[in-house]
Design a protein around this ligand. Structure first.
Ligand SMILES: NC(=O)c1ccc[n+]([C@@H]2O[C@H](COP(=O)([O-])OP(=O)(O)OC[C@H]3O[C@@H](n4cnc5c(N)ncnc54)[C@H](OP(=O)(O)O)[C@@H]3O)[C@@H](O)[C@H]2O)c1
Length: 272
């Protein structure tokens, strides 16, 4: 099928921005979302200079009514890329016998953005695509959400992020088994660290940090092949799956001795 109309959340930065720029070309309509209008407009200008027609939406993905109105207002979509997300780790313990903690406001905001925000994007897109005619290849559309390798494990450094990303991955892959009968691909991206602003201020070494342009190419190749789960880098995915098979006590003691995700090593997310 042709991909003439594409909606991207999180298009004002990082992976969403890179996907928008890569997909921008003459004859293509891009529907780009984010909250920071200045950065969103920067992405739009770069996409327009590559020949795409661009429509912007400044909107919080946690706002289900606004998201549904936006998605349905496009009139038809060939591809949806749900990239909007935030991350956050634990705070340093206050004393020697105190636990590392994740503030409640952060826990709630991560679930609202990374899980509910994905549902607010994917559900109206599914409804819209079900009413679109099939293309010659039988497809009605493709919807992709960005999960994470963090979702494969119970990582004590980022508990809410791990949980939200696990839910996104399971939802996309499981629902995708039903949606494919309607000619709609639901795909989950399970990737490791990407060199985007999200991780730029982390104070620990990030194993296999992937260049965002390579990540973008891998994701688009996976979608063209109708992959329901797009995974990279493979060694990190395989290692994480192995870690999740270990007794919790063993996995935890390994993670608690790693610099990655140690309490206080990630900047606190913007909860606005
Ligand atoms: N970077 C990594 O290492 C990594 C690894 C695995 C998975 N991921 C996932 O990849 C996706 C893209 O992240 P990134 O690395 O490109 O991060 P990024 O550069 O920080 O970009 C995040 C994007 O999400 C948008 N966003 C955040 N909260 C939002 C909200 N409530 N409503 C609407 N938009 C919101 C931001 O836009 P505004 O600021 O304009 O709202 C921004 O465009 C995320 O889902 C992330 O969890 C990243």
């Amino acid at each position: 099928m042709k991909h003439n109309s594409i909606l991207i959340t999180g298009a004002s930065s990082g992976l969403g921005r890179t996907l928008a720029l890569t997909l921008a070309r003459p004859g293509r309509k891009l529907w780009l979302g984010g909250r920071n209008t200045e950065r969103l407009e920067e992405t739009a200008r770069a996409c327009i200079s590559r020949g795409a027609a661009v429509h912007l939406k400044a909107c919080d993905v946690a706002n289900s009514a606004a998201m549904a109105e936006w998605v349905h207002g496009t009139g038809g979509l060939d591809m949806v890329l749900a990239c909007a997300g935030i991350t956050g780790g634990t705070r340093k313990p206050l004393g020697p016998d105190q636990p590392a903690t994740e503030p409640e406001a952060q826990i709630r905001r991560i679930f609202e953005t990374d899980l509910i925000g994905v549902l607010n994007t994917v559900l109206p897109a599914l409804e819209l695509m079900q009413h679109q005619p099939r293309a010659a290849d039988g497809m009605r559309g493709r919807i992709c959400a960005i999960s994470s390798v963090a979702g494969l494990v119970s990582f004590p450094g980022t508990p809410s992020y791990s949980a939200a990303k696990a839910a996104v991955d399971r939802f996309m892959v499981a629902t995708g088994g039903n949606a494919k009968k309607a000619g709609i691909l639901l795909s989950s991206v399970v990737c490791g660290f990407l060199d985007t602003p999200m991780v730029a201020r982390n104070t620990f070494p990030m194993p296999s940090l992937t260049d965002v342009n390579s990540a973008c190419r891998r994701i688009l190749r996976g979608l063209a092949r109708n992959e329901r789960r797009i995974t990279f880098p493979l060694w990190l995915v395989a290692g994480s799956r192995f870690m999740d098979l270990l007794p919790i006590r063993l996995a935890e003691s390994y993670y608690n001795n790693q610099p990655a995700g140690a309490a206080g090593s990630m900047p606190e997310p913007d909860l606005s």
